[in-house]
Ligand binder design. Structure first.
Ligand SMILES: Nc1ncnc2c1ncn2[C@@H]1O[C@H](COP(=O)(O)OP(=O)(O)O)[C@@H](O)[C@H]1O
Ligand SMILES: [Mg+2]
Length: 352
């Protein structure tokens, strides 16, 4: 990058259950970003969705109320103060940050940004839609059914005809294991459905596998890099919210040594699934390896994965010799590259 430093607008916080996780990811990003190349500009989004520019001192004190906030949507409040940055780096997890909404705003503003485009982000966040795309690409994923609240009367019957227990009942578009229940028998179905419907108008019911949980990082645009696999071993029966964020009993093997055939298969599926959702930028892709068959299933793709120094996504790159700081630089470059090559340029305009 040229002699002038690049101003990177780091967006963090956000209107999701993963607000606090985002604060941690952002802190690691700010700490490690290469100051010879970049100037971080901190933009905090509170839980109500209001945006605030934060100076670094306030950020380090975790004082996010230091300045007056404003709605991002200019016509709802007062005009947005122009934020003077060269590229945005949303480090927001979950709904409103990872699901394409904020990415759509950047696209509308013709602004470069780091990470997946709005459509792919939305696809990846919608578990049912993503699984259809995976299936369509010939990738195995646990069998599933998606229901909306209107289908409530048919759920039991459809499930009994089509899906064997145990099952996982989940909100269709959430994250962080919020609202997810493992259901072992029919009597447990109703409370699991009620819980999942609390969080989402659509829910997904999946066949539960007894499996290892393997994750891979992918980054790039047209040309992609695929990391070695890592494994997480949940402390609880599955990788639920408490295990993820409260109890910290999960153990991680980074990297994990799989047998050669399975290792190859997982990496190949990682690349294919990234393409299957038309992705760009970065992703952490989560798989199951079924204990009894050794079959690889794709579970889901996270387009803004956990980004602290000890998170799986950067840790897997470290195995490849890419430092956390080097990773940030790469992702920013991919953001500029994508903006230049694939999007927002109205070349038809010039032809008129
Ligand atoms: N079909 C399944 N079979 C076995 N375990 C599952 C299945 N689906 C989810 N899980 C368990 O639940 C956890 C959270 O599910 P996941 O679909 O990854 O939701 P989230 O988007 O909230 O991370 C997984 O990491 C895994 O431990
Ligand atoms: Mg998950």
């Amino acid at each position: 990058m040229k002699d002038k430093k690049v101003k990177v607008g780091i967006l963090f916080g956000g209107m999701s259950a993963e607000h606090e996780v985002s604060l941690k990811s952002a802190a690691a990003l700010v700490k490690n970003i290469d100051r010879d190349k970049f100037i971080p500009e901190l933009i905090y989004i509170n839980k109500e969705g209001h945006w605030r520019s934060i100076d670094e001192d306030a950020f380090n004190r975790q004082d996010f109320a230091a300045k007056e906030s404003h709605s991002f949507i200019p016509w709802l409040n007062r005009p947005l103060d122009k934020i003077d940055v060269d590229i945005y780096f949303p480090i927001l997890h979950g709904p409103n940050g990872e699901d394409g909404k904020v990415q759509g705003l950047f696209e509308m503003a013709n602004a470069p940004y780091v990470g997946a485009n709005s459509f792919s982000s939305a696809l990846a966040m919608d578990k049912g839609a993503a699984k259809l795309m995976f299936r369509n690409a010939g990738l195995k994923t646990p069998d599933f059914l998606v229901f909306s609240e209107n289908d409530a009367d048919e759920i039991k019957e459809q499930v009994s005809q089509r899906l064997p227990y145990p099952l996982f009942v989940k909100p269709n578009s959430l994250g962080s294991s919020v609202g997810i229940t493992k259901v072992r028998k029919e009597e447990e179905l109703k409370p699991a459905l009620d819980l999942a419907f609390k969080y989402d108008r659509r829910i997904i019911i999946e066949v539960g596998l007894t499996a290892r949980e393997i994750e891979i990082s992918v980054m790039g645009n047209e040309k992609i890099m695929v990391s070695p696999p890592g494994e997480l071993i949940p402390g609880n029966e599955f990788y639920d919210y408490a295990d993820k964020y409260l109890e910290g009993k999960t153990t991680f093997n980074i990297p994990v040594k799989l047998d050669e055939k399975t290792g190859k298969k997982v990496k190949e599926m990682a690349g294919k699934s990234f393409r299957a959702l038309y992705l760009n930028g970065m992703s952490r892709i989560d798989f199951f390896i079924e204990n009894k068959t050794n079959e690889v299933y794709i579970n889901e793709i996270n387009t803004i994965p956990g980004f602290t120094e000890i998170s799986m996504f950067p840790k897997l790159w470290q195995v490849e010799g890419i430092t956390y700081t080097g990773l940030i630089t790469r992702l920013i470059k991919y953001g500029f590259e994508y903006h230049k090559q694939f999007r927002f340029s109205c070349d038809w305009n010039e032809k008129l």
